[in-house]
Design a protein around this ligand. Structure first.
Ligand SMILES: [Zn+2]
Length: 254
């Protein structure tokens, strides 16, 4: 007889809905239930052609979707995100994208170092910096060191700002915790993808703390835009053009 009591019914597999595009031939949209041909979905950058639900993207897919053709990867030996230099609709820039599938995109010392280096590359080459956030927040397992990354990255961004170079923050589903509380909200322009979960503490934590039901759509991009927390919501299919337009307005390439 085991010391623990066996469950009568097996524990149901966790309902994972808004996941990244799976490898299979067909994929069902978790929002509108439409069955989509995976290749079509990838061609539309992981956006459901029927209801515009944004599937999660890997960091490499994100950089491919933003850069024109060839781009140069930096710090490829470091895991946790993907950083590269290239041109976005002809505008040179450094793009750093967080990898949600790696420990929930959490921000530890490696993420902090990679984003800081990306900013320093921008400074050295006088190029704008774009950071695509997708993160559950600071990496708890790294303790205070993970929290220090908030200050480290923010200080590097202040240097970029003093040098007169633009920084665009792209907030994707989800952008929470220490990431939201630091660099994700420090963009000269804070751009969110539609219906992304963006917040500090998660909705369940808040509800359990204040013992109140939260309003509909709380902590989603549309709610935050209405309350002045972000500047603009952009469909992923328009993101590259929007970033390039903003950069052209803000910056004269060297
Ligand atoms: Zn759909």
């Amino acid at each position: 007889m085991p010391w623990f009591k066996k469950e009568k019914t097996p524990i149901a597999a966790s309902k994972q809905t808004a996941v990244r595009v799976p490898e299979g031939l067909w994929v069902k949209c978790p929002s509108c239930s439409q069955v989509l041909y995976n290749k079509d979905l990838q061609a539309s950058l992981g956006v459901c052609p029927k209801c515009a639900h944004h599937f999660r993207m890997t960091a490499a897919e994100r950089l491919r979707s933003l850069f024109d053709g060839e781009w140069q990867e930096h710090d490829a030996g470091l895991a946790a995100m993907v950083v590269g230099t290239g041109t976005i609709d002809g505008m040179p820039g450094v793009v750093a994208a967080m990898e949600y599938s790696f420990l929930g995109g959490s921000m530890g010392v490696v993420v902090g170092e990679m984003i800081t280096r990306a900013i320093e590359r921008g400074l050295a080459a006088r190029m704008p910096v774009v950071v695509v956030s997708c993160s559950g927040g600071a990496r708890m397992m790294e303790g205070a060191l993970s929290l220090m990354q908030m200050a480290k990255i923010s200080a590097a961004l202040a240097r970029l700002d003093r040098a007169g170079l633009p920084y665009l923050s792209i907030l994707t589903d989800p952008t929470t915790g220490g990431v939201t509380a630091s660099f994700a909200m420090l963009g000269d322009l804070n751009i969110a993808e539609p219906k992304a979960l963006i917040g500090f503490a998660g909705p369940r934590v808040i509800e359990q703390t204040i013992r109140q039901k939260l309003p509909e759509g709380f902590q989603r991009s549309e709610f935050l835009l209405e309350h002045g927390m972000i500047d603009i919501i952009v469909d992923r299919r328009e993101l590259k053009a929007t970033i390039a337009r903003a950069l052209r307005f803000m910056h004269e390439p060297a």
